[in-house]
Design a protein around this ligand. Structure first.
Ligand SMILES: Nc1nc2c(ncn2[C@@H]2O[C@H](COP(=O)(O)OP(=O)(O)O)[C@@H](O)[C@H]2O)c(=O)[nH]1
Ligand SMILES: [Mg+2]
Ligand SMILES: [Zn+2]
Length: 153
């Protein structure tokens, strides 16, 4: 709907931002910072090229700050979703951050259970029994995968 290259749709966005606090959120490399720069050139936020190797954005925006661009109008640029890594969390600890897992974790056969492939996993059983939603369990597995990728570094 918007192109920073052609300017398509950009004026309409600018109009919508007025008088609000606007947060830009989405995957790395989709063009959040470029769009904000086009709207407010005085900001000159850093933008990144998309890496052709991973096809994901490079991680250019690393912190979020709220910038005043007009009277009562603010923008917040954010790092991409890919950058919200469970950094510093071990695989076997990730489940403790999922509040609905808590009652089941202590019932797992292994105390190092990652609730992924282990036999006797009470979390997997709870998912099968409908006591933990599949959406939350999927979300858990995706984060778990991120931790495994990080270990390969
Ligand atoms: N073709 C095209 N490329 C864009 C557009 N907006 C941004 N880009 C490019 O996409 C890459 C990532 O942009 P960036 O603003 O850093 O994305 P961010 O990670 O969402 O902030 C840069 O190489 C930009 O030049 C657009 O509207 N069209
Ligand atoms: Mg950015
Ligand atoms: Zn388990």
């Amino acid at each position: 709907m918007i192109s920073v290259l052609t300017g398509k749709g950009v004026d309409a966005i600018k109009e919508k931002l007025k008088g609000k606090k606007n947060l830009f959120f989405g995957h790395s490399g989709v063009g959040k910072s470029s769009l904000i720069n086009m709207l407010f050139p005085q900001l000159s936020l850093k933008t990144g090229e998309i890496s052709s190797f991973t096809d994901k954005g490079t991680h250019t925006t690393v912190t979020s700050i709220m910038i005043k661009v007009d009277e009562n109008t603010y923008v917040i640029d954010t790092p991409g979703i890919r950058e919200i890594d469970p950094f510093g969390i071990r695989k076997e600890d990730l489940g403790h951050y999922f509040i609905e897992f808590i009652n089941f974790i202590s019932e797992c056969k292994f105390n190092t259970c990652t609730h992924y492939h282990e036999p006797g996993c009470a979390v997997i059983k709870a998912v099968e029994d409908g006591e933990i939603t599949i959406e939350r369990y999927d979300s858990y597995l995706r984060m778990l995968e991120t931790i495994e990728e990080d270990i390969l570094f």
